[in-house]
Ligand binder design. Structure first.
Ligand code: UDX
Length: 434
């Protein structure tokens, strides 16, 4: 099948390369000339486990190409996937549809033959209808269907999630569009459920799922806080809860709050849609507030550990919003660093992948280190804010020798509390017996 994917970001690029790997002829289209030139030069523009190998293989065999031209990329396509950004409006937090609308208008001019236009970006309910109206208006004779094809990729697992989707949700109102998608995802029919629903239901499933997952994370974070006051252990509690199939064991890991470009954006967008439609989505609104409060609380806990030190040095491990990615968008780690920088502190940071993205935001406000141990050297307190697996391999004895004071704020529960205490550390963590 000939496919054009519009948008080469965290969703578009893995999707385009993945579809090429399935044997389709793919063009990845973006208006960002720099990004396309980088991709054309053979350099992957995002860090994702396993993406580089697939990217190289499918660019070398010509299954995926890159372009900035709608005129070149749309006419031959059987399927056009919209994977452009829907950033939050800074004031209302509603999803900004300018990129979706611009892409719909640009592609409409070049449609030839029957084409399915699939909106993969996370968009407000009824966006499919808006896109349909734009295309119809620009090109009244075009033969097309607009469907909703939401993405459920997790950053850091984009390739794994692409080839092992729990489910494929298709919001399509015509059989012809459903048949094309059935052909596209035929390779997955034995290992995934393809669910056909209305376009509006598909658009709602995406938001409802992300908002629920965000709420589940904040729920376990609040349970962790409760465990700290009751002597319970959050991992025992999470294990006991997770054995109930109605709850499920995943997404019950406490942390400094949820981040990334999706959960914060999607919970705010859903809350906005509720307000706009006059529906009380109080659980989602409470989740948003709880998450904001948590990051402030985490920063305060770290600062309290060094409130007796003038101009303390804080070593921070991790600035990405989670381990496995270089993405710092809405990163709790970054927000906690920014809160602490409002106080008289020195911050030394190490993150395995997110240093460049962090420098673009914090510039020279902190010290950037080339290793965890370099960041830890001379620190009054060590704060672990991103769950990078490599941090679990650090040697606590060596950390103790390097630090000015043996204090750890372990907000990703990276270290063994007992081992740390036996070495003489004061260690604070989340929801664990100390
Ligand atoms: C999320 C959804 O999981 C994915 O389905 C959707 O397509 C995009 O948004 P992503 O934002 O990449 O994916 O990251 P995810 O792995 O869901 O984590 C989001 C945030 O929640 C991170 O800050 C992570 O550290 C945090 N988290 C996640 C927890 O604190 N505890 C958990 O148990 C899981």
């Amino acid at each position: 099948m000939k496919i054009t994917v519009i948008g080469t970001g965290y969703v578009g690029l893995p999707t385009g390369v993945g579809l090429a790997e399935l044997g389709n002829d793919v063009v990845c289209l973006d208006i960002d000339e720099n990004k396309i030139n980088t991709l054309k030069s053979g350099k992957v523009t995002i860090f994702e486990e396993g993406l580089e190998e697939l990217f190289k293989k499918n660019t070398e065999n010509g299954k995926v190409r890159f372009s900035t031209s709608f005129a070149e990329s749309i006419p031959q396509a059987d399927l056009v996937i919209l994977a452009v950004g829907t950033p939050p409006n800074p004031i209302t937090k509603e999803a900004d549809m300018k990129y979706i609308k611009a892409a719909a208008e640009s592609l409409a001019h070049h449609l030839q033959g029957y084409t399915v236009i699939a909106v993969k970006s996370t968009v407000p309910v009824n966006t499919g209808t808006a896109v349909e109206n734009i295309v119809r208006q620009v090109n009244p004779t075009a033969e097309f269907d607009v469907i909703s094809l939401p993405e459920f990729l997790r950053e850091g697992f984009a390739v794994q999630d692409f080839f092992n989707p729990d489910r494929i949700i298709v919001g399509a109102n015509t059989q012809r569009a459903r048949d094309l998608i059935a052909e596209l995802y035929a390779p997955f029919k034995d290992k995934s459920t393809i669910l056909y629903v209305s376009r509006q239901s598909s658009e709602t499933i995406k938001y409802a799922s992300n908002a629920f997952l965000a709420m589940k994370i904040q729920y376990i974070n609040e349970m962790a806080d409760f465990c700290e006051t009751s002597g319970a252990d959050i991992y025992e509690v999470a294990k006991g809860m997770g054995l109930d199939s109605r709850i499920g064991a995943k997404f019950l890991v406490p942390g400094p709050g949820y981040g990334g470009f999706c959960f914060p954006k999607d919970t705010n967008a859903m809350a906005y849609m509720g307000k706009f439609n006059g529906v009380d989505l109080s659980l989602i609104e409470t989740t948003i507030k709880s998450n904001e409060r948590r990051k402030i609380n985490m920063a305060k806990r770290i600062l309290d550990m060094v409130d007796d030190v003038k101009n303390p040095t804080i070593a921070v491990l991790g600035s990405a919003f989670k381990g496995g990615t270089d993405d710092c968008r809405e990163s709790p780690a970054l927000q906690i660093i920014e809160i602490m920088l409002a106080h008289d502190v020195q911050i030394r940071l190490y993150d395995p992948q997110a240093m460049d993205n962090t420098k673009a935001i914090l510039k020279d406000m902190i010290t950037y280190c080339n290793s965890a141990y370099e960041a830890i050297g001379g620190a009054d307190v060590l704060a672990v804010l991103t769950d990078w697996p490599e941090f679990k391999e650090l040697d606590l004895s060596r950390i103790k020798q390097l630090m000015k004071r043996p204090q750890i704020a372990d907000y990703r529960n990276t270290f063994d509390c007992t081992e740390a205490k036996n070495l003489g550390f004061e260690i604070k963590s989340l929801g664990r017996k100390l």
